[in-house]
Design a protein around this ligand. Structure first.
Ligand code: 5GP
Ligand code: ZN
Length: 115
């Protein structure tokens, strides 16, 4: 998708701190972290948000959640745990129109509703 920041990151047209990648998913550090650990987990297929996911695309949702589990293991978050946040639409705070799951852990810099 043209002019989509996350598509550009996926295509290596824009730099980012990538910490995990598989066939369907990429994950990189949030540029303005709202917590000690703040990772964005992004499907490589462009979909604006959850409302654009069809019933036959369940695998894409499974892929981002299972990637979250892998990343949590990779970052040794077993003891402290983590939160997953998925904003849908401007009213909920979504500013990047490419579906992404926020993985947050540790000390928060902002209240959860500002993420
Ligand atoms: P949203 O508010 O859409 O749910 O979350 C978008 C997130 O993307 C924000 O937390 C913001 O800090 C992050 N972000 C915006 N632009 C960039 C960028 O160019 N690189 C990275 N790594 N994160 C970004
Ligand atoms: Zn995109």
């Amino acid at each position: 998708m043209e002019n989509c920041i996350f598509c550009k990151i996926i295509n290596r047209e824009m730099p980012s701190d990538i910490i995990y990648e598989n066939e369907q998913v990429i994950a990189f550090k949030d540029i303005h972290p709202k917590a000690e650990v703040h990772v964005l987990i992004v499907p490589k297929k462009h979909r604006a948000n959850l409302n654009e996911i069809d019933d036959n695309e369940k695998e894409l949702l499974a892929a981002i959640f299972l990637a979250a589990k892998q990343i949590a293991q990779q970052l040794n978050l077993g003891a402290q745990g983590y939160k997953l946040v998925l904003n849908v639409g401007r009213g909920a705070g979504q500013v990047i129109d490419h579906l992404h799951l926020h993985l947050l852990s540790g000390t928060y810099n902002r209240p959860l509703n500002e993420i």
